[in-house]
Write a protein that binds this ligand. Sequence first.
Ligand SMILES: [Zn+2]
Length: 236
Amino acid sequence: MSMEKLIELQEIDTKLKDLIDLLGDLPIKVNELNKQEESIKSTLEDNKARLKEIEVESHKREVLIAEINTKVNKLKDQLFLVTNNKQYDALMHEMDHMKDERSTFENEIISLLEEKEELTNSVVSMEADLGSLSSDLSTRREKLESVISESAEEKEILETKRSERIKDIDVKTISIYNRVFQARDALAVVNLSGNGCGGCGAHVPLQKVTEVRANSKIHRCDVCGRFLYSEKVSEN
Ligand SMILES: [Zn+2]
């Protein structure tokens, strides 16, 4: 196997990487914004559900207070009809108990109203946040989709080329290539730079340089592991 196939593979992979780089951090950003949007939406739903609950709970207590008021008024009327202290004390005791109950309900209504106010404020500000977030998100989504669709055709062509190219290269070499490509900043095949590796700059022994130039054997840099080749044009 000659180096040409690996050089071609590197060229294809460089172009594929350029396409991915073109997207930049857009996919990550869109993903983050999606998560934020979901989380705000779900908190908003919870808050709105709680607001409804508060309405129901407050109303229940208002009804109970009205009932107590009616009962207390009846007891007051009965006070005029009592004939002894014992009855009087019993009525007073019952009224006190009802007033305590009423005061508990009133306090509960106050805390419910406080909670309602806090929740309403938070719902308003969250809805504003959601509005600006959603518009930011849709702008970025559109941009991402347009960049992806613009490069989709080119990407498909390159991927087809890549799978064709790979067929002619033995599995072991491909596996080394992939590993070096991953580990060495997407550059697995490099030109000699004088007597050094074009990737990491390490010195390449003269015997190896000669063989690389003659394209007679496949060699890799001892330091970074990249495949070495020599461009014919750059040969002296
Ligand atoms: Zn190297």
